[in-house]
Design a protein around this ligand. Sequence first.
Ligand code: SF4
Ligand code: SF4
Length: 447
Amino acid sequence: MSVNTKFKSFPHGVHPPEAKTETSAMPIRRFPFAPVMIIPLSQHAGKPAKPIVKEGQEVARGQKIAEPDGFMSVAMHAPASGTIKRINWAPASNGKMVMSIYLQPFPASGQDVAEGTPCDWKTATPSEILNAIQDAGIVGLGGAAFPTHVKLKIPEGKSADTVIINGIECEPFLTTDHRVMLEQTDDIFMGIRYLMKVTGVQKCIIGIESNKLDAAERLRNAIPADLAGNTTVEVLTVKYPQGAEKMLIKALLNREVPSGGLPVDVQAVVINVATTAEIGRLLPHGRGIQERVITITGPGITKKGNYLIPIGTPLRYALEQAGVKADVSRVFLGGPMMGQSVSSLDIPITKGTSGVVAFTEAETASTQQKVFPCIKCAYCVDACPIFLNPSRLGMLAKNGDYEKMMEEYHLFDCFECGSCSYVCPSHIPLVQYFRIAKGVLREKKAS
Ligand code: SF4
Ligand code: SF4
C-alpha cells in the first residue's frame, strides 16, 4: 500500500525524494562538549538577548547568561559549565556577524543542569506560563526560531479553538521530530497541557505524515487520561510543504489563513512538536534550553544520525564528530528545500538548527544545471501551495519589477518553500529571485 492512499492533505505541493530512512531508526545520541562554544545573542527572530555575564566569569550548565531584551526576545542559558572567555562578534549562518558569548567548558564539565523556578501547569496562570516559556529561551525548533511565547499570546479581540502540534517534518533528510515523537512522548503530552492552558483551547490535534506511522501509533497509544477527550493524532498524506503552518491548517481544519494573516485569524495555533516537548521537559524544572536534537546526514556524512547537541557547538566540531567524507563540497543547515547552504564551518549550532545535511562533489555537480528560458509549462503554478504564479513572478524579478511583484502578484505571501524551483524543467532559481526581490523591497522600505 502506498503511504499516500487515504489521508488528508492540501492542494498542490511536490514530492521530493525523502532520504529519511538512514536516520529515522537511529536513537538520539548525546554529543560531547566542544573545546569552545559560541552562543549568539541573536538566535531567534526579534531583538538579541542582553548578556548578564562578564568575561572571566564562571558559569554552571543551564545558568542564564543573557536576558530577553523586550517582548520579542528570549533568554539564553549556558550549554556547559565553564568560563566566559569573550563577548564579541562571531559569524552566523546568514553570513552576518552577530554579538556572541564565547564559553570554554571546564575539562570535566558534567551533564548536570542548573534549575530555576519551576512552573507548574496546574497552578500557574497563562501569563506566568508565557513568562516561563520566554525565560526558558524557547523558540520554534522547526527552524523558524520565532519566540514561542509571542506565538502563544492570543491578541486582544481574537480567540483560538484548536492547538495543532506540528509533527509533519516534510523536509527531505530530516528525522529530528520523528525521533523526538518516538523518544520524548511524555514530554510532548506535558507540553500540550501547558499549551492548552495558556491558549485556553480545549482541542489539540497532533499532525503527522504517513511516513512516520510508528510515531503516530506511539503517541496515539500514549495519550494520558486527562488529555484523552480532547487530543487526537491525525495522519496526513506525505507531501511537501505540508509542515508549513498554512498548509497544515488547510489539511487538518480546511480553513484558509487569509493573505498576510496569521493562524489565529482562523482560530488556530500551530506549534512544532519538538518545541512542545521542550516546554514539557523544561518548565516543570525551571530550566532553559541548553541543547537540541539535530539530524546530521547526507551523502557526505559517515556516521549519520540524530544527536543531542549543545547550543553553541561549532559546526566544524559537529561535523568532525559525525565524520565527514574528504570530498564534501556543500553543507546545508536545515533541509535542502528551505535550509541555507553555509559558506563557513566556523558558525555555531543554534536553537533554529534542525538539521545538518552534507553533500559531496558528485551530488553538487549534478545539481548545477544550466538555466534555460521559461517554456511556460506552468509546472510551477501547479506546484505552488498558495496559488501564486511563480512563472510570472520570475519574469518580473528578472526585469527588476519588484513593486509590481509585491502589489499585483502577492510576493510577500510566498514563504519560500522552493516547490516552484524544484519542479521547473528550465532550472530557473525562482525562489532565489523571490528572496532577492523581498530583500530589496524591505531595504527600500527601511530607508
Ligand atoms: S512561489 Fe513561493 S510559496 Fe509558491 S512554490 Fe514558489 S517558493 Fe513556494
Ligand atoms: S516551471 Fe519553469 S519553465 Fe515552467 S512555467 Fe514555471 S518558470 Fe516557466
